[in-house]
Design a protein around this ligand. Structure first.
Ligand SMILES: Cc1ncc(COP(=O)(O)O)c(C=O)c1O
Length: 470
């Protein structure tokens, strides 16, 4: 295990709910295993402790003059600096705009950039819908191809940049895929985008929890013009995220939302807008969320981003090695354990049990093993259809079925995704479970709801109020 300031065992013990037991189909209780970190991570205890301590001092920010307001305002400003430093931004050139999450951040940028309908935004086939759909509303979107394993086709990127020269205003690309864990060579893409006169947004929703992100100064051709992050994927699920980007971009134009906080001065006839970030943070901000994100960042830094990457690389190669030995398990993306061990991808592994619905596999893992995974299309429909080799005809059939409220044949995968606190022992439980499932050994009777596609377990009744209620 890599030497770190805070050991992985310590971090694990810090995870809120890490020892939580959940009911199984056979009536027993078992400690929950969370392999759904790509969707959302649990909170770290250090985060919730600090948030609770902060609440003692919580009051309105910026406009309040009371002592607590001064403490809160200072904490909010410090949180902004911590986020800025974490991603290698500098306040002369960049601005950190707090918002709800990555989806909001990208929509905010799509609103702010002065795009015309025939301008081109280059996204890739691997994008999460949140880094595709906002651009479709503002410009002509072209999708960079990916190969059979879901890896970016750099030659296609270069070809599109050259063919659409002058029209490509933005390259909007994921730093890491939420489906295959693929890591693009984002600084290389940045150099090429800038050479072609375009700017680049790197969606760091998946990357920032697992790798050091460095935006670099604007003078560096490999810099990122904009990035987005989501705190709920970084051990701070308190409803915040951030768009970090070029200050000069946010000095232009009117706010997306108008109201309190966005102005310098208002008369009945005139409005003078505030400088960034205030112009883009309308209304009372989520101060608690910003504090939580800053604390989570400090915790991740205490562990060390390199140590986090090394730990997760070990988990991923371990899982792949074991999963590859299971017959009838189809794993998508790059399945080479050595590639994973070298840290060339994230710990996100999509797979299917051949002959069994992904909905059903996920249901069995939950009901019989207390393992939480994600299944479906992971908000990346075009990528999933490509990975699964679906023909256009079949894709259209699926679309018609879904629109007719029938998801019984909905294509999809099961995804396990690791975080800093997961262990090889937990992976062993998963492997045991998968071996049993592929062999057809499971205890429950599972019935599909054709509208949602999900499987219910016959006779499994538990009272949720017994575990948590409001
Ligand atoms: C790569 C990527 N981009 C964007 C998002 C959207 O993030 P959020 O739901 O926090 O807005 C996600 C969420 O899974 C993601 O994985």
């Amino acid at each position: 295990m890599t030497d770190t300031l805070v050991s992985f065992r310590d971090i694990r013990e810090m995870v809120v709910g890490i020892n939580q037991k959940v009911p199984l189909l056979d009536g027993s209780l078992r400690t929950y295993i969370n392999f759904d970190n790509a969707a959302s991570t649990p909170a770290l205890g250090a985060v919730s402790d600090k948030v609770n301590a902060f609440l003692e001092w919580y009051s309105s920010v910026h406009r309040g003059t009371g002592f607590k307001s001064q403490i809160s305002t200072r904490s909010f400003d410090q949180a902004r600096e911590i986020v800025s430093d974490f991603v290698g931004a500098n306040s002369d050139e960049h601005v950190v705009i707090f918002g709800k999450n990555t989806t909001e951040a990208i929509n905010k940028l799509a609103f702010r950039l002065p795009l015309k309908p025939d301008d081109v935004v280059l996204v890739s086939m691997m994008e999460h819908h949140s880094n595709d759909l906002p651009w479709r509303a503002r410009a002509q979107v072209e999708h960079i191809k990916v190969d059979r394993l879901g890896q970016l086709d750099v030659a296609d990127f270069e070809e599109k940049l050259a063919r659409l020269a002058g029209r490509v205003k933005l390259v909007a690309i994921s730093g890491a895929s939420n489906v295959t864990g693929f890591l693009a060579d984002i600084h290389d893409l940045a150099v090429k985008a800038h050479q072609a006169g375009a700017q680049i947004l790197v969606d760091c929703a998946q990357l920032a929890p697992h790798r050091q992100v460095d935006m670099l100064p604007l003078s560096d051709p490999a810099h990122f013009d904009y990035i987005s992050i989501s705190a709920h994927k970084m051990y701070a699920p308190y409803g915040t995220g951030a768009l970090i980007g070029r200050r000069d971009t946010f000095e232009q134009g009117e706010p997306e939302y108008r109201g309190g906080g966005t102005i310098e001065v208002v008369t009945p006839e005139t409005v003078d807008w505030a400088a960034p970030p205030d112009r883009d943070e309308a209304g009372s901000p989520n101060v608690v969320g910003a504090v939580a994100l800053a604390v989570a960042i400090k915790q991740m830094q205490a562990v060390g981003m390199e140590a986090i990457a090394a730990h997760e690389a070990e988990l991923t190669s371990y899982a792949l090695e074991k999963m590859l030995q299971i017959p009838n398990l189809e794993i998508y993306g790059n399945t080479d354990p050595e590639h994973a061990r070298a840290g060339k991808r994230l710990g996100v592994i999509p797979f299917n049990v051949i002959g069994m619905s992904h909905f059903k596999v996920a249901a069995i893992l939950s009901a019989e093993y207390a393992i939480g995974v994600r299944n479906g299309c992971f908000c990346a429909h075009p990528y999933l259809l490509h990975l699964m080799g679906m023909t256009a005809g079949k894709a259209e059939q699926v679309r018609q079925d879904i629109l007719a409220n029938n998801r019984s044949e909905m294509p999809g995968l099961v995804r396990v995704s690791f975080g800093i606190y997961n262990t090889t022992e937990e992976i062993d439980v998963l492997i045991e479970a998968l071996k049993n499932i592929v062999a057809g050994h499971y205890k429950g009777e599972y019935i599909q709801d054709t509208v949602s596609g999900e499987y219910e377990v016959v006779g499994w009744n538990f009272d949720p109020d017994q575990y948590f209620s409001l």
